[in-house]
Write a protein that binds this ligand. Structure first.
Ligand code: NAD
Length: 498
């Protein structure tokens, strides 16, 4: 076990302690006796210092040519490639996702860095003719300014990279506030930024509690943009705070994702997809499959196979290569999941599998909960409507495609959806009619690729799409339209040529 270190904030190119000197210890969710590290428990004064540093650095960074800015990011990717295994192991220990999934999380950051580094030589605007003679028009992307990046614990390197890397290539400076439960992976990303020589103040990193750090960061007059990923409840608070000063804000929030299994589906594939979607990262993914809507004709056979396979999943230490499901991230998350299982029981549903916390000796030091399957769930039940964020899935029977689509769409959220069918007509109807930001056909609800837009409808988001896709540039730039009149006289649009 690696020795626990003390990690500092990174402000204006220096690693410094919080102004109050206060720190907190973060323990592994698989073993609460395992101290992963000690982090700064920051307050308003630390946020002030970080935002001021970012504002000063912005004056110079915005003028560095974008291809030069991109070179730093390319070099970050190369370091990440070399340290992928080390960072994946630390991530698994930090927040409990199984090692192979942690490798995937680091890989996302690598993919984002390489992809966005290429964007440094594009960042395309466009030119267009003017309606007047001897006049030129073009558009260009401008950086927004100081960006506040607020991230959750479930993708502790991937999600910070989705925000940090596009923000930097566009010429912004940032203050990143990682989740209290997973600050180490974001620290690694920031440290690499320092190693490749990013100028002081371009990236600032401040750890600590949600309201103590996130609150002043969101409200600060010099943060021009907030990019937030987390729960819809926190997202609402962030959004309201930003509305006060008309601050730009992009929100990526919760999900209640449905996977539909039609009567013509390949059931073996559908079971594979459902298991992966429901129980990967112990169900703690915004895109996790939390509702499985199954055609009545294949319902019993599907449920039989699903329960059998889920019962065989191995729960345990995320650093053990043979396990399938790790712990929940915290005691609070475990309590939330247990509360929802009880709510399900109170509503009249009974788990066909799981439903009771794992307490045997090998689980006693962590926050372990087994794969849990509720069957014959009524779509009106709370367990079928609210985000649980744990290894709990509801199976809901449906009469046919129309019924399945209507159940899937009857949700406050709209992140991801999936349909298993061999019928191309049904596949296209579902791709058109499922009201989510992402739809998969014959694949699970999880598995987004970084170069495509990522985000959702309704309470999942506020209209933005991130990932490394070109849509991320829409978040981190302002459009500027430039008119150049070389006629040597005053020309009046809409008037002189009519
Ligand atoms: P959370 O809302 O509790 O916290 C998210 C971040 O906000 C953390 O850094 C937290 O410290 C900070 N925060 C808390 N209170 C704040 C405040 N008052 N002001 C500013 N910042 C504050 O979410 P979580 O538990 O870390 O993550 C789980 C949630 O994230 C789930 O709902 C999940 O669906 C969602 N999520 C969404 C996506 C997506 O892209 N749509 C991706 C991953 C996770």
């Amino acid at each position: 076990m690696a020795e626990a270190k003390t990690y500092r904030n990174f402000i204006d190119g220096e690693w410094i302690e919080s102004s109050s000197g206060s720190v907190y210890g973060h323990h592994s969710p698989a073993d609460r006796g395992d101290l992963v590290g000690t982090f700064q428990d920051s307050q308003t004064a630390d946020v002030e210092a970080a935002v001021e540093a970012a504002a000063r650095a912005f004056r110079r960074w915005r003028l560095v040519p974008a291809p030069k800015r991109a070179e730093y990011l390319f070099r970050m990717a190369e370091i990440l490639v070399r340290r992928k295994e080390e960072y994946a192991r630390e991530m698994a220990r930090e927040m409990g996702k199984p090692l192979r999934e942690a490798r995937g999380d680091v890989q996302e950051a690598i993919d984002v860095c390489y992809y966005i580094a290429g964007e440094g030589r594009r960042l395309c605007g466009y030119t267009t003719p003017s309606e007047l003679p001897n006049k030129a028009c073009y558009t260009t992307r401008m950086p927004v300014g100081v960006c506040a990046l607020i991230t959750p614990w479930n993708f502790p390197m991937a999600i910070p990279s989705w925000k940090l890397i596009p923000a930097l290539v566009c010429g912004n400076t940032v203050v990143i506030k990682p989740a209290t439960d997973a600050p180490l992976s974001a620290y690694h990303l920031v440290k690499i930024g320092q190693e490749v020589g990013l100028p002081g103040g371009v990236i600032n990193y401040v750890t600590g509690g949600g309201e103590p750090v996130g609150g002043p960061l969101v409200r600060h007059a010099k943060t021009a943009l907030v990019s937030f990923t987390g729960s819809s409840e926190t997202g609402r608070r962030v959004s309201v705070a930003c509305a006060e000063s008309f601050k730009r804000v992009s929100l990526e929030m919760g999900g209640k994702n449905a996977l539909i299994v039609m009567d013509d589906a390949r059931l073996d594939l559908a079971v594979d997809g459902a298991l992966w979607g429901a129980f990967a990262t112990a169900g703690q993914r915004c895109t996790a499959t939390s509702r499985i809507i199954v055609h009545k004709k294949v319902h019993d056979e599907f449920v039989h196979r699903l329960v059998e396979r889920a019962a065989a999943l191995k729960v345990g230490d995320p650093l053990d290569e043979s396990i399938d499901v790790g712990p929940l991230v915290s005691d609070a998350q475990l309590k939330r999941v247990m509360d929802y299982v009880q709510i399900g029981r109170d509503e009249g549903a009974e788990p066909r599998l799981g439903g009771v916390r794992l307490t045997k000796a090998e689980y006693g030091r962590g926050w372990f909960f087994p794969p849990t399957i509720f069957t014959s769930v009524d779509p009106k039940m709370r367990i079928a409507r609210e985000e649980i964020f744990g290894p709990v899935v509801c199976v809901i029977p449906a009469d046919g495609l129309e019924d399945a689509l209507s159940i899937a769409n009857d949700s406050l959220y709209g992140l991801s959806s999936s349909i298993y069918t061999q019928d191309v007509n049904r596949a296209f109807v579902a791709a058109r009619d499922l009201e989510t930001g992402i739809t998969y056909v014959n694949s699970s609800t999880i598995g987004a690729e970084t170069h495509l837009p990522f985000g959702g409808t309704r309470r999942t988001g506020n209209g933005h799409r991130e990932g490394a896709a070109v849509t991320a540039l829409e978040i981190f730039t302002e459009w500027k339209t430039v008119y150049i009149d070389y006629s040597g006289r005053l020309q009046k649009a809409q008037i002189d040529n009519n």
